[in-house]
Write a protein that binds this ligand. Structure first.
Ligand SMILES: [Zn+2]
Length: 86
């Protein structure tokens, strides 16, 4: 029943968490409370969103940037979660 880290990080990165139903949003929040990886990820996204806008003016972080960050975090999560490689 628990959401996976990958699912959580994807929802955060894509910003589609807002479109989720109530139960899913609760799951997401609970996951974030319990999972340091995803918590850190959410913080990074927030920082990226604000920081990037401040740095480059009015530009939002691009989907590519978010995707890259998402992949990096997923790699970290996966290598923690007992992946065979690395
Ligand atoms: Zn997680």
């Amino acid at each position: 029943m628990m959401m996976k880290c990958k699912e959580v990080s994807h929802l955060i990165a894509s910003g589609s968490a807002e479109d989720l139903g109530f139960m899913k949003r609760m799951e997401l929040r609970i996951h974030l409370m319990m999972c340091n990886h995803c918590q850190g990820y959410a913080d990074q996204i927030k920082a990226l969103g604000k920081g990037a806008r401040r740095l480059v003016g009015a530009n939002e972080p691009t989907t590519e940037e978010l995707q890259k960050l998402e992949n990096e975090i997923c790699d970290k999560i996966c290598s923690h979660g007992g992946g065979t490689h690395h």
